[in-house]
Design a protein around this ligand. Structure first.
Ligand code: MRU
Length: 355
């Protein structure tokens, strides 16, 4: 696959600090913020400077490096105990994406290894490994997902599961990039994705950057699109996948899965195994982030909703496994995911079964 489609890097460790592409400003401004303190990293995650499940996990890992530097320089004998507060702060930044807890667990294992020297170097190595592995997983998912697309045609995606939501290349957009490079994706429809407009601002920006033909639609137009146009696949990412294959992803994903089944359009979820939470039996146990009602009541800081009305603003929904035709991970493709197939996937290093 040509490097041409893997150019965007939203998370950069440079000269001892973390730089994040501020996704709230895109596409109008392409600006990085520089962070050198763990509290600022946690705030950047809550405030959506960085978003997308794998990107949040990678960011938090670098946040631990910054926390260790500060704690060790002040209290070299007690840093391992004191850093627990920073880990808790980072873990609480957003609740749904399990990649956050997964990456903090990896960093905690390094902390617990018990070295008495300055821990910054070994923690930075681990954060860099998490970052590099994510990009490699996305490239692999791109190949595996593209291989099952079948006849060339159009696809629909929701939110942003691209380079911006990961270390680079993307999960759902990774499959779309690989599919486009192979001539299997001809056109991409992107939901605008209310209320943060990740589709209109971020997915559209990434596709335009790569020269992949794309058309934006209002979220509510998706069923009509499936009825009127020949869409082959709906391809989305995930924030957390339960052990039975239920998938939490951006609010509106469930609508798409129901509509896909009605219209006989196939539905693909692309996510690394770091998004699979085997500790959660099914989707009903996934914590769903509720965000401020002002995100719906206001536009550009100005109230647009009628006075006196309230808003319900869950940031994610849960799509039942029964509506998913293919789960694409870096370890392999699981067709029609269920508890048995996910257990096998998570126990095997190389998984090829697609029964
Ligand atoms: O609220 P966001 O923008 O963090 O939500 C992001 C999504 O729902 C993505 O689809 C998901 O995190 C997968 S990103 C590869």
């Amino acid at each position: 696959m040509s490097e041409k489609y893997d150019q965007i890097r939203p998370i950069v460790w440079r000269n001892g600090a973390l730089e994040l592409l501020d996704q709230r400003l895109l596409p109008a401004r392409n600006a990085f913020v520089r962070l050198s303190e763990a509290g600022a990293v946690a705030r950047a995650i809550s405030d959506m400077v960085v978003r997308g499940a794998p990107a949040i996990g990678i960011t938090a890992a670098y946040g631990v490096v910054l926390a260790a530097r500060a704690r060790f320089s002040k209290e070299p004998n007690a840093w391992r105990r004191l850093i627990r507060d920073d880990l808790a702060l980072l873990a609480g930044a957003r609740p749904t994406a399990v990649n956050l807890a997964w990456s903090l667990e990896r960093m905690t294992k390094v902390i617990d290894r018990g070295c008495e020297e300055n821990p910054e170097g070994i923690l930075l190595d681990e954060a860099r490994a998490i970052h590099a592995e994510d990009i490699a997983a996305n490239r692999r998912m791109g190949e595996l997902g593209a291989a099952i697309l079948g006849e060339p045609g159009a696809v629909l995606t929701h939110c942003n599961a691209g380079s911006l939501a990961t270390g680079g290349y993307g999960t759902a957009l990774g499959v779309i990039r690989s599919g486009y490079a192979a001539g299997l994706v001809r056109h991409v429809y992107a939901d605008e994705t209310r209320p943060w407009l990740q589709g209109a601002r971020l997915t559209a920006w990434e596709l335009a950057h790569d020269g992949i033909p794309a058309t934006l639609l209002a979220d509510g137009a998706a069923s009509y699109l499936l009825d009127k146009r020949d869409v082959r696949w709906i391809i989305v990412g995930a924030d957390r996948i339960a052990a039975n294959g239920d998938v939490a992803n951006k609010i509106g994903t469930y609508n798409l899965a129901v509509s896909a089944r009605y219209h006989r359009v196939r539905f693909m979820v692309a996510a690394p195994t770091s998004t699979i939470d085997m500790a959660i039996a099914d989707g009903s146990e996934i914590p769903i982030e509720q965000r401020a009602s002002d995100e719906l009541l206001c536009l550009d800081g100005r109230r647009v909703a009628a006075t006196g009305v309230n808003a319900w603003n869950p940031s994610f929904d849960v799509t039942p496994a029964a509506l998913i035709d293919a789960l694409v991970t870096e370890r392999g493709v699981v067709e029609r995911p269920n508890a048995d197939k996910l257990a096998r996937l998570m126990n095997l290093n190389a998984f090829t079964a697609a029964d």
